[in-house]
Design a protein. Structure first.
Ligand code: AOF
Ligand code: ZN
Length: 368
């Protein structure tokens, strides 16, 4: 049986649904399952499941439980290959078979070596029809953090930049310059809520004194871990970041010795100190990203400033760029943007555009 337009519609719905728990399932991916039973000519969703908060139970288990007997002969739409391993829960492939699912339509293969290809094989061996890679690009985008951490052993890294019409990101010594409007601001905070971590350089902290929390009503408890690159520990004790370190985790990445007085003060204020390697007078980013992945961080948003953005780009560590362009002009004394739409063309592909009020958002994804 071929993949139909209806299959793609259901998969699109499943992928959209999977975003609900993005960033809230620990090191497990946020996966979704929709079970669709056709009664007469009418297809009905009889079971829905999402990877539970914290990571378990898995999506399939819950969808199967909700569907009950209606799962028999039904099609299951899963954003990720059902697992085949006995972990803290039995294999989802086995659960789907036992529930009598006739067909599984899947978004993408699970790179977990305990699963990869085995989930599909288990299903096919039991006579279940399996369709692989349906809307794979969209499924992989939704699972980008998990897939990057599994495959590249580092988090998925997005660079967020707000550019003026004349391609500046601010004015030196002027603190935060408003470039984009309220809607773009809200979008930025939504992205923070779904990300494991947000990272800035010490220059941005000294200039802007940002909080880097998610401040959308109702989502205040969804702030990501804040990370500041601060090789020589210039982070002020009365900065917004340090003052909130007890409530929202703050990682200070540094090459400074733990015996240093400031190191001990920051530690005492609730900061998590991260010892980093140094390379050519800067924090060695690839090693640091490995460490973050080891701590379970799957997604990082890099939010500033120009030097940090350039370092990540030069190290080839940027997977996605969210380039906001506002209607203001800053003038020749502004700080040049580390990237412009024209310069993105080399290593990145334009994956989509959106308009938020007067602002244009261009999303670029790394090519290949
Ligand atoms: C699924 N459905 O909803 C999720 C899956 O530690 P465990 O036993 O929970 O296994 C974690 C692995 O399970 C994870 O690496 C990934 O391969 C898979 N996640 N699989 O069938 C789900 N979240
Ligand atoms: Zn599973």
């Amino acid at each position: 049986m071929a993949v139909t337009d209806f299959d793609r519609r259901m998969m699109a719905a499943a992928i959209r649904y999977s975003y609900r728990h993005l960033g809230r399932t620990g090191t497990n991916p946020s996966v979704s399952t929709l079970i669709v039973q056709t009664a007469g000519d009418v297809p009905v969703i009889v079971g829905r499941g999402l990877t539970a908060l914290g990571g378990r139970p898995h999506a399939e288990t819950q969808a199967i439980a909700e569907a009950g007997d209606l799962a028999r002969g039904a099609t299951a739409y899963v954003s990720l290959e059902p697992c085949a391993h006995h972990g803290s829960t039995p294999p989802c492939a086995e659960g789907l078979i036992r529930a009598g699912i006739a067909r599984v339509v899947s978004g993408t293969t699970d790179p977990d070596p305990r699963v990869s290809g085995r989930g599909y094989a288990m299903l096919r061996d039991a006579g279940v029809v399996v369709e692989e890679d349906v809307l794979a690009d969209q499924a992989r985008r939704a699972l980008a953090g998990y897939l990057t951490r599994r495959v590249a052993n580092r988090p998925h890294i997005s660079l967020k930049l707000a550019l003026s019409r004349d391609a500046k990101i601010g004015r030196r010594g002027a603190g935060q310059v408003a470039i984009t409007g309220a809607q773009s601001g809200a979008m930025t905070h939504i992205a923070r809520a779904a990300s494991d971590a947000i990272l800035v350089g010490i220059g941005t902290v000294l200039e802007d004194n940002p909080s880097l929390t998610c401040r959308l009503p109702g989502l205040e408890n969804r702030s990501p871990i804040r990370v500041v690159l601060d090789r020589t520990l210039r982070l002020p004790m009365d900065s917004a970041l340090v003052r909130s370190a007890v409530d929202v985790p703050l990682i200070v990445a540094t090459t400074t010795d733990p015996d240093d007085e400031r190191y001990r003060q920051l530690l005492g204020a609730g900061c998590r100190m991260m010892a980093c390697d140094e390379n050519a007078g800067k924090i060695a980013l690839p090693e640091m990203m490995d460490d973050l992945a080891g701590q379970g961080v799957s997604t990082v948003i890099v939010e500033g400033g120009a030097a940090v953005a350039s370092s990540f780009l030069e190290a080839g560590l940027v997977d996605r760029v969210d380039l906001y362009e506002g209607p203001v002009t800053i003038g020749p004394d502004g700080v040049d943007a580390p990237v412009t739409p024209a310069r993105m063309a080399k290593d990145f592909t334009l994956a989509g555009t959106s308009q938020f009020g007067d602002d244009l958002l261009r999303i670029y994804e790394r090519t290949g």
